[in-house]
Design a protein around this ligand. Structure first.
Ligand SMILES: Cc1cc2nc3c(=O)[nH]c(=O)nc-3n(C[C@H](O)[C@H](O)[C@H](O)COP(=O)(O)O)c2cc1C
Length: 195
């Protein structure tokens, strides 16, 4: 019979593992894959930078992208760190970051993404252009303020994980270690799963 053990916040384990991946110069340590269901009910997935902020894990996306509508409630993200042979899968509630936070963090973006964020105010991220030359011309001519500030469409979400699954392939006997952490009434429990 399956048993559930009460444990501390598994995000600490996630952060410890992530730090080990960073220490090993694992390029995947910086990113996650965000899954969503689009307006046609079809699955979509894309790579995003996974940020550490004071409130926890966060992602930054533009509200002009269709994904903004798809991530308003619960999202799924996945990370895979080859240096550790560890995968995490999470389901998380999302809370939008306040505009004051975005205004500050947006300033750290390089110029090209800043200019793109202003272009999205006219033409949504993911909309079609004639060709790359047309895109570069639009980037040059799209109105943007001086000095540059974050446009209204620049958004961010803090992730509040509800369920976290860890799969560790790095086992001497070849049997992967898989467990699922679940949050109920502010308490995390862990369950061992067949890998
Ligand atoms: C390494 C890497 C990091 C990325 N980071 C972000 C990010 O932080 N935010 C973002 O909106 N898109 C990011 N992207 C681009 C997305 O994967 C995706 O192409 C883009 O957001 C458009 O997705 P959409 O069609 O769902 O709107 C990143 C892509 C790569 C390869």
């Amino acid at each position: 019979m399956a048993s559930h053990r009460v444990i501390d916040n598994p995000l600490l384990r996630f952060q410890e593992d992530r730090q080990k991946a960073r220490d090993a110069n694992d390029p995947m340590a910086a990113v996650c894959v965000l899954a969503s269901v689009d307006g046609n009910g079809l699955p979509q997935a894309r790579t995003l930078v996974l940020r550490d902020i004071a409130q926890g894990l966060a992602i930054y996306i533009n509200a002009s992208s269709p994904k903004w509508q798809q991530v308003q409630d619960v999202i799924a993200i996945q990370t895979w760190w080859p240096s550790l042979q560890v995968q995490y899968r999470m389901q998380a509630r999302c809370e939008e970051l306040p505009a004051t936070h975005i205004a500050q963090s947006w300033q750290l973006r390089p110029d090209a993404p800043k200019h793109l964020d202003w272009l999205y105010e006219q033409n949504a991220q993911g909309s079609a252009v004639e060709n790359r030359e047309d895109l570069l011309a639009q980037l040059d001519t799209a109105p943007r303020p001086e000095p540059l500030v974050a446009p209204p469409g620049a958004r961010g979400l803090v992730l509040l994980p509800q369920s976290i699954e860890r799969l560790d392939l790095n086992q001497a006997n070849g049997v992967h270690e898989r467990c699922r952490y679940t949050l109920h009434a502010d308490q995390w429990t862990v369950t061992t799963l067949i890998p």
